[in-house]
Design a protein. Structure first.
Length: 252
């Protein structure tokens, strides 16, 4: 099976889409953003990604039923990825494990960010996108607590297995050209791709505007994210509850 060069195993709001886009330079180098390749029904945004990357599938091809994910991959994705270097980015710990088991990528990039910024960014994003009915404050708290534990456990597994991996902290990536060069060297891919790619289709155009379509170094403050007092208290609670994660990745 055509296998990815690497997996980007991420926490949501850790700059993973920015990093995936930075590494993407079509048609030769493509990072698929949250494709859920092991499902029989892939998200609509993957369909749009393929179109934007110049490897579109028709609506009819996309809608065809397949016996299993392997058959779907061989029919729909493998021909379009043939001859290209490609990778996968996912933001759920359950997907990280599934991708590693199914594809055995030779390298893993782990992206993290301080948890207060992740929680605040989620709250702002869901407000701007009008998704608070689906992703309320309880969802944010549960995601942060669950996924920080899973990403730390994943790193322990990778170390135990001797799988080459690199931890990329959002704060370091945006601030340091040397950090970006080191990440490019680890993956074997050139960077400098369009970091704003797909954001409009993802309902995240406000992020491209905020950072001028580039790699913005200044993370918005809680005040700039317009969080109300209850949300600010939740961010503080999440930060306190994720102390083990913060220590593991150098945030304490």
């Amino acid at each position: 099976m055509n296998s990815p060069d690497f997996l980007i195993a991420s926490l949501g709001r850790s700059g993973s889409t920015m990093i995936a886009n930075w590494l993407t330079r079509p048609p030769e180098q493509i990072v698929l953003i949250e494709p859920f390749l092991l499902d029989l029904q892939n998200p609509a945004m993957l369909h749009r990604q393929f179109a934007e990357l110049g490897i579109a599938a028709t609506d009819e091809e996309w809608a065809l039923a397949d016996a299993d994910w392997q058959a779907r991959f061989q029919r729909l994705f493998a021909p379009r990825l043939a001859g290209k270097r490609w990778a996968i980015k996912e933001v759920l710990g359950s997907e990280h494990r599934k991708v590693l088991a199914a594809f055995a990528p030779p390298r893993v990039v782990v992206t993290v960010r301080d948890i207060d910024a992740i929680a605040a960014s989620f709250l702002e994003k869901h407000r701007v996108q009008g998704n608070r009915d689906r992703f309320d404050a309880a969802w944010v708290a549960a995601y942060c607590r669950r996924e920080t534990e899973l990403i730390a456990a994943l790193c322990e597994t990778l170390r135990a297995q001797g799988t080459p991996h690199r931890i990329t902290r959002y704060e370091d990536f945006v601030a340091s050209a040397d950090e970006r060069a080191a990440l490019a060297a680890f993956t074997g891919w050139a960077g400098d791709g369009d970091v704003a790619r797909h954001l409009g289709h993802f309902g995240r155009g406000f992020e491209a505007e905020r950072h001028g379509g580039g790699i913005g170094q200044a993370a918005p403050s809680l005040a700039a994210r317009a969080l109300d007092p209850e949300e600010q208290a939740l961010v503080a609670e999440i930060t306190e509850g994720c102390a083990a994660y913060r220590a593991a990745f150098g945030y304490i």
